[in-house]
Design a protein around this ligand. Sequence first.
Ligand code: ATP
Ligand code: MG
Length: 248
Amino acid sequence: MIEIKNVTKSFGGTRAVSDCSLSLAGLKIAGLIGPNGSGKTTLFNLITGLIRPDCGEITLQGQRIDGRMPHQLAGLGLIRTFQLSRVFPRLTVMDNMLLAPQGQTGERLWSLLFRFPQVRKEEAEHWEKACELLDILGILHLQEQSAGTLSYGQQKLLELGRAVMAEPQMILLDEPTAGINPRLIQTMIDMILKMRARGQSFFIIEHNMDVVVELCERIFVLDHGEKIAAGSPREIQNDPRVIEAYLG
Ligand SMILES: Nc1ncnc2c1ncn2[C@@H]1O[C@H](COP(=O)(O)OP(=O)(O)OP(=O)(O)O)[C@@H](O)[C@H]1O
Ligand SMILES: [Mg+2]
């Protein structure tokens, strides 16, 4: 799985991530928390290839991945969602789902447009899976609507559905429940737990501690770019350094 060793990333004078090491080996759902600006999204950007570390190593199943391009990492099975939802607003909900598998956006777009017979069987399977996931997410009835007409929370559920469609080794979720209503938060949690039961692994940035505690086996805490704690939800909640980081 993912191992991060002594990774540092600075922007100008700011050390956004500072000599950070952590291992996700053996974890099905790991959490990443920390105050605003503590480097969480930057760490995700480093893992998913949007930016390169200044130094340190990131490996996936023992293979160096730092410095690779995001699409290469998607091909290796690392898929992420963004802090602010990113779906294709003009495409229908269903087409958003069908464009997701394996990150082969170009090929899938091609087959969606021209419906080659040889891809129909594969398409039918993807269609079935998309229906199943949209049903779990409670947005199956919206499948023919443009994604841009969905509420913000529904768009975030759709984004999660798209990530799951690709069956990646690891899904990284950047604040999946931020800005969505409590009912959809529960849907989001249920979806993540269902996918976990099917063997899907997650690494989740989340500010809502109830969500973190309900989902995560192990939590890593960043403060000013440094990992200040790692442990079970209970250990983290009682850790004086963590309490200080949030209060200070
Ligand atoms: N592209 C960038 N250029 C310059 N500074 C950046 C850039 N990205 C992040 N930073 C800085 O790095 C630090 C860490 O930011 P980051 O977005 O990783 O924090 P975060 O923990 O995700 O915060 P939040 O909880 O608010 O989402 C901040 O000081 C931020 O201003
Ligand atoms: Mg962030």
